[in-house]
Design a protein around this ligand. Sequence first.
Ligand code: UD1
Ligand code: F6R
Length: 371
Amino acid sequence: KKGNYEHFMQKEIHEQPESLTTTMRGRLICGDSSKAKSVLLGGLKDHLKTIRRSRRIVFIGCGTSYNAALAARPFLEELSGVPVTMELASDLLDRQGPIYREDTAVFVSQSGETADTLLALQYALENGALCVGITNTVGSAIARNTHCGVHINAGCEIGVASTKAYTSQIAVMAMMALAIGDDTISSQARREAVIDGLFGLPNKVKEVLKLDDEMKDLAKLLMDEQSLLMFGRGYNYATALEGALKVKEVALMHSEGILAGEMKHGPLALVDETLPIIVIATHDACFSKQQSVIQQLHARKGRLIVMCSKGEGPLVCSNGSCRVIEVPQVADCLQPVVNIVPLQLLSYHLTVLRGYNVDQPRNLAKSVTTQ
Ligand code: UD1
Ligand code: F6R
């Protein structure tokens, strides 16, 4: 079943052009001269009015599924006009945090069976919120117990480290934002541009997968390190968190995703000439802020690896002293889908080189059905 691949994780990383295509199949409407491009999510269409009228949209999940929601959040805020908040399922339960009747609570889970997420769903149902599921598993507990939802249709994911489900979850949440914002004329041009971006996304992911050898070389360079930091912000704060989660869970190397805007509030103290740091600086509205972060890390002699948009290597690393990963540029809100791929490849190669179990990392289970 692994075909030409050594591990399921490797297969699932390389499958992403196809899994993204299946996720979007039948859901993007091309449009023509008489009809605008649009999105159709069968499972949500009868609930869009309620979602638009809700007081807030709160995303709830664990691990990678939480990170996917975090990646989609800025675009959802932009198009829905409703406040969007985030909850880690366990933390919501620990606090018994507020969930109201006027809320839309969105439960994101690949397996659809994660205990914390399911308990948070029971809690939100008791509090009278509209409960929406985003899951990969038809017939799962979350799919059955939510009022409505969307199947991400990424295909079965076997490797414990979630890879293709992450990118499909982001694509679904971007489509969800487009569907919610569908009644707003002022954002139509923006929506059509993102729909074009979604159509082109599988090919861009195919392109970024060509970095495989480059990521293997980078893994050789980093394999004996104790620690690896990842700095991101805006659309790509989630990319830093998710990249670091992949490195720690499969390569068993300490890694931390850091919001670049928080750098001066503590993390900067860690920077020296030995600690490797990946900075995500692809081109979007935060680019100039990320350029100044890079300069400040340089000034502290940081060992930098910068991820940037194709052709912008010289812009982010003028003196040639850092390593550069150039990735294809896509619509800003879809860039997290492209940017995570090199980090998935890096964590895969780090794991193989360090001699650890790729598909079943120690102490972890694919589906966490206990609290
Ligand atoms: C559905 C069919 C799909 C078919 C398509 C044709 C299923 C599972 N899907 O896809 O095979 O090709 O129509 O139009 O039969 N739901 C939840 N919670 C969740 C996820 C989904 O309640 O977490 C509900 C949805 O609200 C919906 C149903 O499950 O009522 C199916 O969801 P989804 O597969 O996303 O719908 P379609 O894309 O329309
Ligand atoms: C990381 C990973 C976990 C899961 C988390 C939630 O690669 O797989 O962090 O994302 O346990 O699982 P689901 O999405 O099944 O609810």
